[in-house]
Design a protein around this ligand. Structure first.
Ligand code: S3P
Length: 206
């Protein structure tokens, strides 16, 4: 590093955004590995809101793991349980809800989310998703001879549907969960301001 570079002043810090709280549920959608659960927890912390993960709720209700539900009851039963769990969670309280990757793809579940919540698509590219899911078992849809290709196929089929979410936020390699959560708050705030006739998702915290 040259002396001149060393003498350069530090980057000015961005002005801190005012604290916000939720008025309407926020639902995170996107493919496996997008970070819905980890970023969702951080987002809930930032907003002082409850966090729920629909997969976790389904597992609790069924008393079985997701691979067990798929193997013994089948995917259709899983989707039905997923829809009922999400509908219940969205009527119970405003909070942050992370959903399994297929939830928003189901038309009835998507309609439920659109009616009651603000949906956020955590978009990520295939390489990033694959890096995050490749060594993690427990995802029945990826138990195929070529799981990377299966993920690529899901991406092709599902991305046009996720694009129907109210807000899209890109999940970038190396971005911290905190940075992602803050990017979501900023994007939701911008969405609220752009839709003044719709019920706002966020309001300033007292
Ligand atoms: C699924 C994604 C999983 C889980 C189930 C089906 C999907 O959740 O709901 O294995 O259809 O994409 P994550 O997205 O949290 O991995």
């Amino acid at each position: 590093m040259t002396a001149i570079a060393m003498m350069e002043p530090p980057e000015p810090k961005a002005a801190a955004a005012p604290p916000m709280r939720l008025r309407r549920p926020v639902v995170l959608v996107g493919l496996m590995g997008a970070g819905k659960t980890s970023v969702g927890k951080r987002l809930a912390g930032l907003l002082g809101a409850n966090f729920t993960d629909s997969d976790h709720e389904i597992v609790e209700a069924a008393g079985m793991s997701i691979p067990e539900i798929f193997a013994t009851l089948g995917e259709a039963a899983f989707r039905d349980g997923e829809r009922r769990v999400i509908a219940r969670l969205l009527t119970e309280r405003a909070g942050v809800l992370a959903t399994g990757g297929g939830a928003f793809i189901e038309p009835r579940t998507r309609a439920e989310i659109k009616a009651r919540a603000t949906s956020i698509w955590l978009r990520a590219d295939l390489d990033l998703l694959w890096d995050r899911v490749r060594d993690r078992p427990g995802r029945p849809l990826l138990q195929t001879p070529n799981p990377r290709e299966t993920l690529a196929d899901l991406l092709d089929r599902r991305y046009p549907v996720y694009a129907e979410a109210d807000v899209t936020v890109d999940s970038r390699r190396g971005a911290s969960q905190e940075a992602m959560a803050r990017a979501i708050v900023a994007a939701v705030r911008a969405h609220d301001l752009a839709h003044p006739d719709a019920p706002p998702t966020l309001e300033p915290a007292p």
